[in-house]
Design a protein around this ligand. Structure first.
Ligand SMILES: [Zn+2]
Length: 360
């Protein structure tokens, strides 16, 4: 059993390591999970006060709400403990973990294994913040930057009610050059993912045709999750980030394929689970009247027991998505009632949907 590249790790071993490496680890009996102050990011200013790193045995997952770390326990143990795979395997074979000493908690801070999550490392090369006055002043004669600012303005992304803190652009990055970079913040306002969108500034036709591009080698997170408020009962799940900027508590998943078993990433599932208890989730897709994919996806989501906003015929035959509708109406916000009052769910909802769509 020493040759395989992946080997199973007993839960007790993970628990032992979670107590050993995490700070102030605690067990939550009600849902059989463990949480600690994350030894990988140290959780910034709130270190020691909050415990945002979770071990969820049922999902075989360790996830940090602060730095976005998300992996199987093996990888986390290797990083948090700076311990090799071989050593882990040996420890497991020796079986020493079966007696868990939960009093053995980490008190010292090990600065060596902290992974710095600097925004300039996360984002594309030579990033320019499109709301930084100094940077904008420096680039004021640059045609690409001006085109980007005009795009933001014409799409009402500078005034939309639920817009992110800022947008970025890179004039140099090999992949994301001359595209609008849309930052995905986590709950603590840290950027952990991004998508870039073509807006007519690429010289390369091919790059211009690819509407959205995601950050490489990295799991999608939920866009706008940092803006979710507990005062609003619903969370509106959009596919595209731009559309979600026009509704309070609008978030975006960056595309779904609901026919597949799993259409959200582990990080996205975790982020949503955090809010599931106190919020009702409503899917808001492009107009089912104009978009065939959206028409299909709505049916599948309803069949899967989800709640979905169905565009009223008159509006849905005029506008493809929320951004288009808001541009035409010079609006910065769609009141949530417009969505809630046109939301279907359950078997009755599915029947009603089929009936409504007969005139399609
Ligand atoms: Zn962390």
């Amino acid at each position: 059993m020493t040759t395989s590249t992946s080997f199973s790790i007993p839960k007790d071993y993970v628990i032992k390591k979670f107590y050993e490496y995490g700070y102030g680890t605690q067990y939550i009996k009600s849902n059989d999970t463990y949480h600690c102050s994350c030894p990988i990011c140290l959780e910034g200013k709130s270190f020691g006060k909050k415990k945002r790193c979770w071990y969820i045995p049922a999902k075989d997952l360790i996830y940090c709400h602060n730095c976005g770390w998300s992996s199987r326990p093996l990888k986390w143990i290797m990083q948090a403990g700076l311990i090799s795979r071989e050593d882990i395997q040996r420890e497991i074979e020796e079986g020493e973990f079966s007696i868990i000493n939960l009093d053995k908690k980490r008190l010292d801070i090990d600065f060596e294994n902290i992974i710095k999550c600097q925004e300039d490392e996360i984002l594309p090369e030579n990033i320019i913040d499109l709301s930084n006055k100094l940077q904008l002043d420096y680039y004021k004669a640059n045609s690409v930057i001006n085109k980007a600012l005009n795009y933001i303005k014409s799409r009402r992304l500078d005034t939309a009610v639920n817009r992110p803190k800022t947008f970025f652009i890179s004039l140099k990055d090999r992949t994301h050059k001359n595209r609008l970079v849309i930052p995905f913040y986590d709950c603590n306002g840290k950027i952990i993912f991004y998508q870039s969108r073509a807006f007519g500034a690429n010289i390369d036709d091919y790059m211009e045709d690819v509407k959205y591009l995601s950050k490489k080698n990295s799991q999608k997170s939920i866009f706008n999750i940092d803006k979710v408020s507990d005062d609003i009962e619903e969370i509106f799940l959009f596919e595209g980030p731009i559309d979600s900027c026009f509704v309070k508590n609008g978030v975006a998943v960056g595309g779904i394929t609901p026919s597949r078993e799993k259409s959200l990433t582990d990080i996205q599932e975790e982020q949503l689970d955090y809010f599931r208890m106190n919020h009702r989730f409503i899917w808001v897709l492009d107009s089912q009247w104009l978009d065939d994919a959206s028409y299909e996806k709505t049916r599948i989501l309803l069949e899967n027991g989800e709640s979905v906003f169905v565009w009223p015929e008159k509006v849905g035959k005029r506008f493809k998505d929320f951004n288009e509708m808001c541009m035409a109406g010079k609006q910065n916000e769609v009141p949530k009632e417009c969505i809630v009052n046109n939301t279907l769910s359950g078997e009755a909802g599915l029947l009603k949907y089929k009936l409504l769509m007969k005139n399609r």
